[in-house]
Design a protein around this ligand. Structure first.
Ligand code: SAM
Length: 430
């Protein structure tokens, strides 16, 4: 069927509305975009183009802002929100896509007219024409600072403090470009074939996916919507990054002397690891308690673990439970999420360096509580989806009453194809 497109279902308008929701309402691009596409009945190539523009411009914001500011002669934060977002979207189109410059300039002018009236149209037109006069490489060359971190931050569109944190965690510069590039690439969807409920090969055959290299339960999908997979709809598999599977499995499978029937997930929402641990618990005559402080997320855990030997508690993990009563305890701590930036296009620009010490204090308390709840000889898996050393090594090494049970694990998107998950496997000493 052919039909005339209205203004609101044009991919560029949708992308602009996503950028507006992100900058004005602190929304998440990956939640707003699918909703807008559904509401406006946009699919196929138009949906793919709207996605590329919305996610691409959100990811590249710092670099786009540097270029816009150099042309406008003032910081983008000093521009009105509609002008700033129209310019980001326009600059993204001319510098990162094959959209012809005249089309991108024309769209930017009509978008800003609709969003903010005629007054800023001349300014937007002039800035866009100047941006379109050079390719991206030339802009990067012109604006690149002398220092290595600043240069990588501009080229790969990451804040400098995050580039520095990655360099520290990698122990050098060598792999930084590959890591930063991996952050700018949308990840494949991974499924977890729930142990005892469906075989990994059966799930791979049913989905056209391939087995993961790191988790015996992982299937990497070639594309498509995981909600369409019958095993996911039927609760025999769930969507879960292979790295998340690996860290949960390392805790569940580490050798343990003595009883092994009481397991705990101290930070369970939305329930991915609780579902995997719960499936394993069912096969090993164990039970899992899953604790989550947020009511909404506790409900998500309940849904995720339906039918498994899991009890969900809506509670604060810092004060939960009786001392020394668990054999295996997972602390999948709230963190900056710097290891999963490829999943949330705008997240890198929203996080602040000051988030790290704030979260580190919570991480320390939750880990101390996990140690308190674990019996002597029992195991604790301290996990983050951030590789920031202040959230990983510093927290694990400062924990009291434990010793290392195995060498820590740090996964990386560019090496392992997973989120940058960290695991310290600790044993409670008497
Ligand atoms: C990284 S997420 C856990 C992800 C989860 N394990 C999974 O695999 O789906 C951290 C969770 O800890 C919860 N949380 C934060 N503070 C908490 C606290 N004091 N006690 C228990 N849960 C907490 C957050 O609401 C969030 O759902």
């Amino acid at each position: 069927m052919t039909g005339r497109r209205s203004v609101s279902d044009d991919p560029r308008s949708i992308a602009y509305d996503v950028l507006t929701a992100v900058s004005r309402d602190d929304a998440y691009a990956n939640l707003v975009l699918p909703k807008l596409l559904r509401e406006r009945g946009v699919s196929g190539r138009d949906a793919a183009f709207a996605t590329e523009l919305a996610y691409g411009a959100s990811r590249a914001r710092g670099t786009l802002d540097a270029i816009i500011a150099s042309v406008a002669g003032r910081p983008v934060t000093g521009l009105d929100q509609p002008v700033a977002d129209v310019l980001r979207l326009g600059a993204y189109q001319v510098l990162y896509t094959r959209v012809p410059a005249h089309a991108a300039v024309g769209t930017a002018v009509s978008l800003v007219r609709r969003a903010a009236g005629h007054r800023p149209a001349g300014f937007v037109n002039a800035v866009m024409r100047k941006i379109a006069a050079r390719p991206l490489d030339a802009w990067l060359h012109k604006l690149t600072p002398a220092d290595e971190v600043g240069a990588l931050a501009l080229k790969y569109a990451h804040p400098e403090w995050i580039v520095s944190a990655f360099r520290d965690a990698l122990g050098g510069d060598k792999e930084l470009p590959a890591l930063l590039a991996a952050d700018n690439t949308a990840p494949a969807v991974h499924l977890c074939a729930r142990p005892g409920l469906i075989g990994r090969d059966e799930l791979a055959a049913a989905t056209g996916g391939r087995p993961g290299a790191l988790s015996p339960y992982a299937v990497i999908l070639p594309g498509g919507a995981p909600g369409d997979v019958a095993a996911v709809a039927g609760g025999r598999a769930h969507v879960q990054d292979e790295g998340s599977q690996v860290v949960a499995l390392r805790l569940a499978e580490a050798p343990l002397d003595g009883p092994d029937a009481r397991w705990l997930d101290l930070c369970a929402g939305p329930g991915g690891k609780a579902a995997l641990l719960g499936s394993l618990a069912a096969l090993r005559d164990a039970r899992l308690d899953a604790v989550e402080v947020s009511a909404h997320r506790a409900r998500l855990v309940e849904k995720a673990v339906a039918g498994l030997p899991v009890t969900v508690h809506e509670a604060d993990g810092r004060t939960f439970g009786a001392d020394g009563t668990y054999d295996r305890v997972l602390v999948d701590a709230p963190c900056t999420g710097l290891g999963a930036l490829r999943r949330r296009p705008e997240a890198r620009w929203r996080r602040e360096p000051s988030d790290v010490p704030e979260l580190a204090a919570l991480q320390r308390s939750l880990l101390a509580s996990a140690v308190r709840l674990t019996r002597p000889g029992g195991l604790i898996g301290y996990v983050t989806c951030s590789p920031h050393l202040d959230e990983t090594r510093a927290i694990a090494e400062a924990a009291e009453g434990v010793e290392a049970a195995e060498a820590p694990v740090q996964l990386w998107p560019h090496r392992d194809g997973t989120d940058a998950m960290y695991l310290a496997l600790l044993r409670r000493v008497a």
